[in-house]
Design a protein around this ligand. Structure first.
Ligand code: PMP
Length: 398
């Protein structure tokens, strides 16, 4: 016991000295990440679950401080403010609403959403962002030691969720032109398939017919993550009626401009939602978010105008980048994935960052030549295009 304590103290000492030496070298490119990694390698207390000690966790996109003057096209937020009805609803809240616990199942929201989506209230579960919904789904449908399968590249949270559940994450390659690899997914014999549709970070879309084909063959859960569905030409909601193994996940972060609020929800058959309700935290959505999310989803006219604008700008941005020699995947989301004309994604990302334009770069196979660009307002997209042209100019001159 004493020996163990001595070892822990020594680990801590080495960890701290490595950490401070790294902080001194913070001019190096990735000092923050390296500090975190060193911190994690040397200092994770040995009473932490081995799985947690051994994992990296999810890396969210960069969020600059409030005063930062940047064109922020890196985390797929909506470029417009939320509906004015949202702020009004928050202002009208009584302090009494905060003194008391909120409604545990966010019923006001569920009723409003059920009218918009033409489903019953009991087919909906609300969550603290759709990440919370994904966690609830994983805990409900994937046993420890089980398997989650997904076509890759996709949302990088999925393997993290599997790890936390002590489950395996099995990725399969997308089919040609990002079609659904049905046979490969079936061959995994997973407990659950997670399908982001439209997919992130590609923006590509799989038709509901293909998802239905999979649902007929697959005995486990199919979680269709529709975080970006409001920007797409179709969605899988209607499949829920005939397929108890389909759960649709949605969010108010993108389509309703409420990423800071944290509100998401899932739709599935009532007996499926009933099981998910047992797994969620007791009060997983707070009183303010319930009021705000309800006001947002009730203002469909406001939201729809905004989706149309984004779709038009997506089209413009895609064709202008194509004219510049970039290769843009056809997107049905509020972002595009574009391969740099010179194939150097990281350079484009860093070059844009130097100009105060944030986009997202993924240092992963198949993505290294590309950047993911959130569709912004017209002036933001113009700034991005100008930034890219500026990066390309020296090459043209050479
Ligand atoms: N699914 C996908 C595919 C996403 O890209 C995101 C955003 N990072 C989410 C779910 C989570 O969104 P939120 O938790 O804000 O609802």
């Amino acid at each position: 016991m004493r020996e163990q304590r001595r070892e822990m103290r020594e680990e801590r000492r080495i960890g701290l000295s490595r950490l401070s030496s790294l902080i001194e070298q913070r001019h190096t490119k990735h000092w923050r990440m390296r500090c975190l990694r060193v911190h994690f390698v040397f200092m994770a207390p040995n009473f932490v679950r081995p799985t947690v000690r051994g994992m990296e966790g999810y890396t969210p996109g960069e969020q600059p401080g409030p005063g930062a003057r940047v064109v922020k096209l890196n985390t797929n937020e909506n470029p417009f403010l939320p509906s004015p009805r949202v702020m009004q609803a928050i202002r009208e809240m009584e302090a009494e609403n905060l003194r008391r616990y909120p409604n545990p199942t966010a019923d006001a929201f569920r009723v409003a959403a059920s009218k918009v989506l033409d489903v019953t209230r009991d087919m909906i579960i609300a969550g603290n962002g759709s990440d919370d919904i994904l966690t609830i789904a994983t805990r409900t449908f994937v046993p420890p030691g089980g398997t989650i399968a997904f076509p890759d590249p996709t949302y990088s949270l999925y393997p993290v969720l599997a790890q936390l559940e002590e489950a395996k994450a099995v990725s399969v390659d997308w089919g040609k032109d990002f079609s659904l690899p049905i046979d490969a997914l079936l061959a995994t014999k997973a407990n659950a398939i997670y399908l982001a549709n439209p997919n992130a970070p590609t923006g590509t879309f799989v038709s509901p017919f293909k998802v239905e084909e999979l649902a007929k063959e697959f005995p486990g859960l199919i979680l269709v993550d529709e975080a970006y569905a409001d920007f797409a030409e179709d969605n899988c909601l209607a499949l829920v009626e005939d397929h108890p193994n389909i759960v649709i996940s949605r969010t108010l972060s993108k389509a309703y401009s409420l990423a800071g609020l944290r509100f998401g929800f899932a739709i599935a058959q009532e007996q499926v939602i009933f099981e998910m309700m047992k797994v969620k935290d007791s009060y997983n959505t707070d009183a303010v978010s319930i009021v705000a999310a309800t006001a947002a989803i009730e203002d469909q006219d406001y939201a729809r105008k905004n989706w149309e604008y984004i779709k038009q700008e997506r089209q413009r941005l895609s064709s202008e980048l194509t004219q510049l020699g970039w290769n843009v995947l056809p997107s049905q989301a509020n972002f595009i994935l574009a391969a740099a004309a010179d194939g150097r994604g990281r350079d484009a990302y860093l070059g844009l960052k130097e100009q105060g334009i944030l986009v997202r770069y993924f240092d992963k196979p198949g993505l290294k030549d590309k950047i993911r660009i959130t569709v912004g307002q017209n002036h933001e997209n113009n700034a991005l295009l100008a930034g890219i042209k500026a990066l390309m100019t020296p090459e043209k001159a050479a």
